[in-house]
Design a binder for this molecule. Structure first.
Ligand code: CA
Length: 233
């Protein structure tokens, strides 16, 4: 199998070097771009597997890069944000980014994010080949056609909202979904109140789904941002 090709978009040389050194020593291939326009050009001409994108670029904003890329490609984008405010991450995720890293980050964190995205990619391509209506993740099974979910072979008794939430998360396994994205997909609108009720539904869903709801295995919470279903081995 070819080594994955990562497009690194970062204008800060020390951070860029840290990333490329990590990639080199961990069997990845990489391309670099220091500006947004250059990133779009590199992405379109080299077809990378994953893009690591710094949001603060000297020419155009990282969010603009995401909008541009998403208009023609599903290339997974992991955003690198220097700003600790959640609003940037949320904006990036809503624009179509798949995941995010906050500066400063460790080499381990970077590699973990890449692995999550790679697992998601291989899962998506297997899904496309199978064209199956059954989702399996660890001990969880969802039969989309029958509208039923099972844990360890036993049917989960979910309310319609809990089931919708579970399906939405499973269909985006590995991807962080923002509160806004979830409420728009579940309730068809986005109100402040929906984020509160989302928490309630997520808590009841977890109680049914997670062997230990306090250290969830399937659904990760991203405080202030949203939720993600993890691939369980
Ligand atoms: Ca920067």
């Amino acid at each position: 199998m070819n080594k994955p090709l990562i497009l690194v978009v970062e204008d800060d040389p020390p951070v860029r070097n840290l990333i490329t050194t990590t990639l080199k020593t961990n069997d990845y291939r990489y391309l670099v771009a220091a500006k947004g326009e250059e990133a779009i050009l590199e992405a379109s001409s080299h077809n990378p597997d994953i893009m690591l994108l710094d949001l603060g670029l000297p020419d155009i904003d990282g969010i603009e890069v995401i909008h541009n890329i998403r208009s023609w490609s599903n290339l997974p984008i992991i955003v690198i944000s220097a700003r600790s405010e959640d609003t940037d991450k949320i904006e990036a995720l809503d624009a179509g980014a798949d995941d995010y890293l906050t500066k400063p980050f460790s080499v381990e964190e970077l590699l973990a994010r890449l692995r999550v995205t790679q697992r998601r990619l291989s899962y998506m391509s297997a899904e496309r080949q199978n064209n199956s209506s059954v989702f399996v993740n660890g001990n969880l099974k969802i039969d989309y056609a029958a509208g039923c979910a099972y844990l360890n072979g036993e049917e989960l008794h979910l309310t319609p909202i809990e089931y919708k939430l579970l399906c939405l998360l499973s269909k985006n396994v590995g991807k962080v979904l923002t509160h806004t994205y979830i409420t728009q997909n579940i309730w068809g609108r986005s109100w402040e109140n929906d984020i509160a009720s989302q928490r309630v539904f997520m808590a009841t869903l977890r109680k049914k789904l997670e062997p230990s709801p306090d250290s969830p295995q399937y659904i990760q919470t991203h405080i202030g941002v949203g939720y993600r279903m993890m691939r369980v081995e």
